[in-house]
Design a protein around this ligand. Structure first.
Ligand SMILES: [Zn+2]
Length: 258
């Protein structure tokens, strides 16, 4: 069984000239890949990449840091892709980023809320970006999504308490390269405690390279390092981590694994 990378930006300009190599190398070592988007243009790119490859799937949406220049026409096009392309398995990445001081928080909340509503209407899960906005995201999901929409908080960096509340609201928690760093004690503690049947793994390629590949361009097959780190933290065989997190991703995104 091969691990699933639930978050890789395959269209990213950092892969310029080597996208095909990155993808073909990755597909030899991972089961499937979810490619989330940041705006209209990258949503179109994700769908295009996914359309050409049976084991790549797309999520379409507007990243919280890209909410300032979205037009009604952009949103219409994103929803149309979600509605018409069989390779779109989620909306995202959406969410809130309160780390950046430059992007209006009310506008971010407005668009996050629209994604939650659209996910309910389209029966799709959400891929959520959460940076320094843990409490705000939890309360919006509790209000709008509980019992209606599921999804995943990607690259999780919040507390154990918030993670448990997110799980109770019907969401999964995804861990990436950060759990491979011995110094990331707090997040490693959270990962070791949460139930494996609510965990996804990811790379967030081309960003967030794992400890073993620090300073390099991150690629989807590095999800193996994340799986190994999680197995070590949970003191279980890596095969079990790969099997269960892969099963979780397949279930959340409605993908059949053969
Ligand atoms: Zn991302």
């Amino acid at each position: 069984m091969l691990p699933v990378d639930s978050h890789a930006h395959l269209y990213d300009a950092m892969y310029a000239g080597q996208t095909e190599n990155v993808i073909s190398s990755a597909l030899g070592r991972v089961g499937f890949i979810i490619c989330p988007s940041e705006d209209r243009k990258t949503s179109e790119q994700s769908v295009q990449i996914a359309s050409g490859e049976s084991r790549i799937f797309a999520a379409v949406g507007i990243h919280p840091l890209h909410t300032e220049h979205v037009s009604g026409e952009d949103w219409k096009q994103i929803l149309s892709l979600a509605h018409h392309s069989p390779k779109v398995v989620a909306l995202g990445e959406t969410g809130l980023d309160f780390f950046s001081k430059n992007c209006d928080r009310e506008l971010q909340k407005y668009w996050f809320s629209r994604h939650i509503q659209a996910a309910g209407e389209l029966h799709l899960p959400l891929i959520i970006h959460d940076r320094k906005a843990h409490g705000e995201i939890l309360s919006l999901l509790q209000k709008q999504a509980h019992g209606v929409v599921s999804g995943v908080i990607h690259g999780y960096s919040g507390s154990l308490e918030t993670a448990k509340a997110l799980i109770n609201t019907g969401f999964y928690i995804s861990f990436g390269g950060s759990i491979t760093y011995p110094g990331s004690r707090r997040i490693r503690q959270v990962a070791s405690t949460l139930p494996l049947d609510r965990i996804l793994i990811e790379t967030d390629s081309p960003y967030q390279a794992p400890f073993e590949k620090h300073g390099e361009l991150n690629v989807p097959e590095n999800v193996w390092y994340v799986a190994q780190a999680l197995a070590k933290l949970k003191q279980m065989p890596v095969s079990e981590v790969i099997e269960t997190t892969g099963h979780n991703a397949a279930k959340l995104f409605g993908i059949s694994r053969n």
